[in-house]
Design a protein around this ligand. Structure first.
Ligand SMILES: Nc1ncnc2c1ncn2[C@@H]1O[C@H](COP(=O)(O)OP(=O)(O)O)[C@@H](O)[C@H]1O
Ligand SMILES: CC(=O)N[C@@H](CCC(=O)OP(=O)(O)O)C(=O)O
Length: 298
């Protein structure tokens, strides 16, 4: 008689079959950032999940941030990090630090992927002219070298995917004068997902998902139609970094990305759980005609 434990494992693998079929050869953009990047064990788990997606036939692209690491280095050189509406005020020195730190984080992620036997290529938004931007103002205020993405040239990503590499992107771009700009990583992930016609865009953050009431963790919302997400923002239920994140989710859905999710990067393997099981973890943002499967607070 075969041990039940092994039968359960086989069952779990078989349960994944419809999801593997659905996403076979499809592009999945994973935005990785927040404090889930600071814990080495969590980082290794996130990378293992993405490598697994790659090896079973998905086409993942990682777009990463590293805001907390940038702030650590800004502090180290005796400066004070400053944010306006979730965006880093970026003077020339901060720009230099941001680019150096993000490039370092990028090569660490490349190394982790390579150590698992998958070929990765780490690039910035400058490479292949991927992210062309102009200076972004925050409600009219000049916040320095912060970039607003104007155009995405996805050719470099398409070529890398075609040759079976796993692209890992960090959010630094240039404008038409080739001046460098610091781009919010959520903005970069959203613009890239739209440009490559991703099937799915996943934000791995350091919160369970979107709460109906930002001060009440028991109010997690499993699924949100676009108009409901818009209403949460306009009614003031969403604050801080969740405002641009949710706005990016809305934009991505409106630009044709099929599925957009905000997940808790602190939960080990939340990416696999979301993709391969029918447990609604995190928050899914749905098209207006998208059917809801879960009830709130489930
Ligand atoms: N309604 C809400 N639901 C969830 N998080 C919210 C809400 N309103 C504000 N937030 C804040 O938004 C943060 C997530 O945005 P951010 O810190 O920019 O994430 P990341 O660094 O992963 O990109 C949460 O940690 C939380 O403090
Ligand atoms: C303009 C701007 O704010 N850029 C961000 C880029 C990194 C980022 O977005 O990192 P997380 O995703 O980890 O927050 C910054 O300098 O922090």
């Amino acid at each position: 008689m075969v041990n039940q434990k092994y039968l359960d494992k086989a069952e779990t693998l078989i349960e994944a079959l419809p999801y593997i079929q659905r996403f076979n050869r499809k592009i999945v953009v994973v935005k990785y950032g927040g404090s889930a990047m600071l814990d080495e064990e969590l980082k290794a788990n996130v990378i293992k999940d993405v490598v697994l997606l790659k090896l079973i036939g998905f086409k993942p692209i990682i777009v990463h941030g590293g805001g907390k690491e940038i702030s650590r280095w800004v502090n180290k050189v005796g400066m004070e990090p400053r944010f306006v509406n979730g965006l880093r005020v970026t003077d020339k020195d901060t720009m230099e630090i941001a680019e150096m730190v993000l490039a370092k984080v990028n090569k660490e992620l490349v190394t982790l992927v390579e150590s698992l036997g998958v070929q990765a290529v780490g690039i910035s938004g400058k490479d292949g002219g991927l992210l062309q931007c102009h200076k972004k103002l925050s409600k009219g205020e000049d916040i320095g070298y912060v970039g607003d993405i104007e155009k995405v040239n996805p050719k470099v990503l398409q070529d890398l995917l075609e040759k079976d590499f796993l692209p890992i992107v960090f959010p630094i771009g240039f404008d038409t004068n080739f001046d460098s700009y610091n781009i919010n990583a959520d903005d970069a992930a959203c613009a890239i997902a739209e440009a490559v016609h991703a099937e799915k865009l996943v934000f791995l953050s350091d919160i369970e998902g979107v709460y109906k009431d930002k001060d009440d963790p028991s109010s997690l919302i499993s699924e949100l139609h676009v108009h409901e997400a818009e209403k949460l923002i306009s009614d003031g239920y969403v604050g801080g970094g969740m405002i641009p994140k949710l706005q990016n989710c809305i934009d991505a859905i409106e630009e044709g990305v099929n599925r957009v999710h905000i997940l808790d990067g602190r939960i080990p393997h939340s990416l696999l759980l979301e993709i391969f099981t029918n447990k609604g973890i995190g928050t899914a943002i749905l098209r207006e005609d998208g059917e809801k499967y879960y009830n709130e607070h489930e």
